[in-house]
Design a protein. Sequence first.
Length: 233
Amino acid sequence: MSIALITLATGPVYHEYANGMVASSHKFWPEAQTIVFTDSPYSIKGSDMCVYTEPKGYPGETLYRYHTFLKSEGLLRKFDHVFYCDADMLWVSPAGDEMIGTALTATQHPGYFGRKGTPETRKESTAFCDWNMAYYAGGFQGGAARPYLGAMSVMRDRIDADAKNGITAVWHDESHWNRFLADHQYAEDIIELPPSYCYPEDYAGQWGWPADKFKPVLVALNKKKRGNHWSQS
């Protein structure tokens, strides 16, 4: 079984974040081959592969990430599974087999665990959704390569349709991810991961669940804590 772990890192700050995430993934998920989509391949250390991409700024970098990845669809289809991880995360425990399935894998958002969260509410947007039963983080997602790349294609087309109408979904790609999952929420083969795979750094119960309810596996770093300089401390 082959696994690709992809991330997106443009700009010096995110190059540093990506280097940390890649190093931690090699330690805790050695089966995964890391592929970094970046504007500066020479700034990325330890990745199994880099793919050059032009920087798009904010919010284009996140909103159009599926466009970026699908430009390398042929490469990604060579893998059995493809997972996306935000660059500003760190693996702190071994990745578990529970994430590997036959379809999509989604991570329950730590801020809205057990709640409907904040999906797009404007009916004019193709990301509009008011029928979801859960809310998922955009920071770690993926699944079997064929269905995940298929989901990327649908979301890419919806994002393009919104752009033609001058609309940007409220939480960009995450809004479209949640709409897609809501449309398929009764599919029995979709894997739901706990907030362990998007565990907030320095979490102290501020989102209503005990800090020891979930074991951190993949930690979402506190960027405000680091300012413009990355460190693992």
